[in-house]
Design a protein around this ligand. Structure first.
Ligand code: ADP
Ligand code: MG
Length: 396
């Protein structure tokens, strides 16, 4: 179901109105300073549009995991400071959600911006409590959800409030996420290829099951491949294997037939440490006691050929332990191939927190069609699950 978007709202619905905007400002912070403002910048198009149309913008977000009670360690203050710098305008910081705060949003000048303190300072947030949602709703005359990364959680600021405050529409970031992920899943340009990796097969079973009937090929790397190798009767040394998933992997292999491609070889090491001795081996030649920490160059080529021939590629999960060079080479090779496929006209989408970090590390984030900002939310979406924060928005 297509959702009503901020772009669909006529200017008169915005002018002078208070827009309560759920954003994802859960940024990394160290010593009171935001160390990566990607998430703040991702919300700027929505904020700018609202300000340009004379709306009064009230932003709200969770930050970290306080236990439903105010905790200075989880204050949004550092984010407010950074946003103030980026916008070059003063920001009203609403430190509590009392009647005074609600009244002050009514006195905001048109085009100005306020930020509500961490929604998780209130137990009602994670409980999706209607009374708390009612207080949130009092901060606005309309609701915009631009926090795709939080949309898989039914919390008061993502779900309940969207039923109370109308119109309830998607912001530009949310809309972009839904468009890229939705089109890839429902109307893919073919061939449609999924590239899956990461540490654990157990966390990705639902994803494999959901994608299998939709894709033309599924390429599996990362530690996940080791459980499949084991299911094929191969020895994988000390590689990360989920023994309780071997049977499942065997069944999947049977069912998937030649749709599913596994690495033909591996980069192995005696232990996980930067710059450790490595060997490139065939997948049936993993030395006892060694571990698979990356795919090998032959597999990069083989997977690469599939990616370059694809109309649509979805990638989730690094091909190796990309945090520890030289085991970043396989992931880097696939990232470069994704960029090349994009230049050839393919739609390329990357989902997953570590995968997004890997493509950023390769400096290629802007050379693919879309890098999802939603780790868990993107996964749940690709698994075909309904995201409560999306479902609660108005239909187009
Ligand atoms: P995402 O966050 O993109 O969904 P995951 O969380 O599923 O990805 O997996 C990322 C992790 O998988 C990374 O920390 C990476 O080091 C790990 N990983 C990938 N390949 C291997 C491997 N062969 N052995 C151990 N860990 C691996
Ligand atoms: Mg992860």
């Amino acid at each position: 179901m297509t959702k009503r978007s901020l772009a669909d709202l006529e200017a008169v619905r915005l002018d002078g109105q208070r827009a309560l905007v759920r954003v994802d400002f859960n940024c990394p912070v160290k010593d009171g300073q935001v160390t990566d403002d990607t998430r703040i910048r991702a919300a700027l198009p929505t904020i700018a549009h609202l300000r340009e149309h004379g709306a009064r913008v009230v932003l709200c977000s969770h930050f970290g995991r306080p236990k439903g009670t105010p905790d200075p360690a989880f204050s949004l203050r550092p984010v407010v400071d950074r946003l103030e710098l980026i916008l070059g305008a003063p920001i009203l910081f609403l430190e509590s959600l009392d009647d005074g705060a609600i009244a002050s949003t009514r006195r905001m000048p048109r085009g100005s911006v306020a930020v509500l303190e961490n929604t998780r300072f209130h137990p009602g947030e994670e409980a999706n409590d209607p009374a708390f949602a009612q207080r949130l709703a009092a901060l606005g005359d309309l609701y915009v959800n631009d926090a795709f990364g939080s949309a898989h959680r039914a919390h008061a600021s993502t779900e309940a409030v969207a039923h109370l405050l109308k119109p309830a529409v998607s912001g530009f970031l949310m809309e972009k996420e839904l468009r890229f992920l939705g089109q890839a899943l429902d109307h893919p340009k073919r061939p449609f290829v999924a590239v899956l990796g990461g540490a654990k097969i157990s966390g990705k079973i639902d994803l494999i099951e959901a994608l299998l009937p939709k894709v033309d090929r599924i390429l599996i790397g990362g530690a996940m491949a080791c459980t499949f190798f084991k299911a094929m009767g191969l020895e994988v040394g000390n590689s990360l294997v989920e023994d309780d998933r071997i049977e499942m992997a065997a069944a999947l292999l049977q069912r998937a037939g030649d749709k599913l491609m596994l690495p033909v070889g591996a980069m192995v090491g005696p232990m996980l440490a930067p710059g450790v001795t490595t060997q490139v081996v065939r997948r049936d030649r993993v030395p006892p006691g060694w571990s698979i920490f990356d795919i090998d160059p032959r597999t990069v080529k083989m997977f690469g050929a599939e990616i370059l021939a694809a109309g649509t590629v979805i990638w989730n999960g690094p091909m190796g332990v990309f945090e520890t060079p030289p085991f970043d080479q396989g992931t880097l090779g696939i990232a470069l191939t994704m960029a090349a496929a994009t230049r050839r006209g393919a739609v390329t989408v990357i989902g997953g927190g570590d995968s997004a970090a890997a493509i950023a590390k390769a400096g290629l984030s802007d050379q693919v069609s879309h890098v999802s900002t939603g780790g868990g939310a993107a996964l749940e979406f690709l698994e075909g699950r309904t995201l409560p924060g999306v479902a609660a928005l108005d239909n187009a």
